[in-house]
Design a protein around this ligand. Structure first.
Ligand SMILES: Cc1cc2nc3c(=O)[nH]c(=O)nc-3n(C[C@H](O)[C@H](O)[C@H](O)COP(=O)(O)OP(=O)(O)OC[C@H]3O[C@@H](n4cnc5c(N)ncnc54)[C@H](O)[C@@H]3O)c2cc1C
Length: 413
């Protein structure tokens, strides 16, 4: 009979769950991953058509985990400069990697590339049981272990673990079943994403443009047919505009985009398929319980305006992995609440700061209130000319918030 006792059971093998496996593998832990959708599935909820901007500290974490070279070989486009502007107002600011003394402020990577690299890593590890497709049914937390019930191939199965990690996304069943409350609200905005091509090389420049219906981002990316002139577009629109924009023909869409964005990046000449994501903000009120830790979108979801969601989740992964490994060195119980509280306390400042910054950006830049419009444009101008302010914002964008984990400093666990 197969051994169903594990050290760690990770619920959800999306970006956060798969990254945690990459961090913990090789530490002598027996790990189970329960994931509802196969990695290569067309309708995967985690590894879909998006690109993500990885911060410089995420690149450091992936380098320390030994997966960055594989990610880079499959395609990671450096962001060397960021141009920030307020549509129809004068505010303008620039961030440049050279001013920060790094090769790039971040990197744009196809989310499926991350899925392939992390997935292969997970499958290659003999101490990891990847239970997929399998769906969590419920978890029962007992004093010395957690019992996890899941459905695989139509059969209900059970495993036990010293620690359950909820990495099951924004609608986390583990979080809900544990009765953990959240702070949350909807923005009434939808992100329309698409890959678009311009008639001008991107020069590794990303654009962040605030408009009265919500922010737009153009992230430089690479494609075999368009190696230097493709961008991943994230266009935030009000929910009421969503269907109208999705139903435009490609030519109409490009014209509307040009009108909204202007000509700074050149003329938009081609677009890929469009996809829509409703946008909200959510923070779990507790991130640990005895035998439970919550990471990634299960712990927090946010607006994609500043490209921070997964970067924040990866910093959860790096901190939790460090807490687990340090506890093992002291032969402590990795599921005990005292150990897990170290993780929760460590992450609090980063969660509040990153979510507060992102939420503030969305609300301040969507406002039509004149004094706020003046203040935000003065803020952008100040950002451009006050070096310490600029350095603070750039370091935040690069993922340097609060106490850094060993992995974020490029060190082994
Ligand atoms: C338009 C858009 C653009 C974005 N751009 C960026 C960006 O540039 N930079 C950035 O850092 N972030 C960005 N993000 C955020 C980023 O995509 C998310 O933070 C990240 O994908 C979350 O990963 P996760 O693994 O925590 O959750 P998810 O991706 O939601 O993964 C959860 C996994 O759990 C599985 N699961 C759920 N329930 C169960 C169950 N009951 N049983 C078994 N398995 C289950 C799901 O199948 C899924 O694979 C963006 C988001 C959006 C919407």
């Amino acid at each position: 009979m197969a051994d169903t006792t594990y050290d760690v059971a990770i619920i959800g093998g999306g970006l956060a769950g798969a990254s945690l496996v990459a961090a913990l593998q090789g530490q002598g832990l027996r790990i189970a991953v329960i994931e509802a959708t196969a990695f290569d599935a067309i309708d995967s909820t985690s590894f879909d058509a998006r690109s993500v901007a990885l911060s410089y500290s995420s690149r450091m974490i992936f380098s320390a985990l030994g997966v960055w070279d594989a990610i880079q070989q499959r395609g990671a486009t450096p962001i060397e400069r960021i141009h920030i502007s307020d549509r129809t107002h004068s505010g303008l600011a620039h961030l440049d990697c050279r001013e920060q003394g790094v090769a790039a402020l971040g990197y744009v990577v196809d989310i499926r590339v991350l899925g392939q690299v992390l997935g292969q890593q997970m499958l290659a590890c003999d101490k990891v049981d990847y239970l997929c497709p399998a769906t969590l049914q419920h978890v029962e937390f007992k004093s010395d272990l957690a019992e996890v019930c899941y459905l695989q191939a139509g059969k209900e199965q059970t495993l036990s673990a010293r620690l359950v990690v909820a990495a099951d996304g924004g609608q986390s069943l583990v979080r809900q079943q544990s009765g953990i409350k959240t702070w949350q609200s909807q923005y009434g905005q939808t992100a329309i994403i698409a890959n678009v091509v311009t008639d001008k090389p991107h020069g590794h420049l990303a654009y962040e443009r605030f408009t009265d219906t919500g922010p737009m981002a153009l992230l430089p990316t690479t494609h075999a047919d368009h190696p230097t002139s493709m961008y991943a577009l994230v266009w935030t629109v009000e929910d009421a505009q969503r269907e109208a924009i999705l139903s435009l023909s490609d030519d109409e869409f490009l014209t509307r985009l040009q009108d909204r964005f202007g000509r700074r990046a050149g003329c938009f000449i081609k677009t890929g398929p469009r996809h829509a994501y409703p946008l909200g903000v959510m923070l779990a009120r507790e991130h640990v319980r005895p035998r439970l830790a919550i990471i990634g979108n299960a712990a927090h979801t946010m607006h994609p305006v500043a490209g921070q969601g997964f970067n924040l989740g990866l910093r959860d992964v790096a901190s939790l992995a460090q807490v687990i490994v340090d506890a093992m060195k002291q032969q402590a119980d990795i599921g005990s609440i005292s150990i897990l509280q170290t993780y929760a306390k460590w992450r609090r400042q980063d969660h509040l700061q990153t979510m507060g910054f992102t939420d503030g950006l969305v609300r301040v830049f969507s406002s039509h209130f004149l004094p706020l419009i003046v203040a935000r444009n003065l803020g952008l101008l100040a950002l451009d000319v006050i070096p310490p302010l600029k350095r603070g914002i750039a370091r935040h964008a690069m993922g340097y918030v609060g106490k850094l984990s060993r992995l974020a400093r490029g060190l082994p666990l």
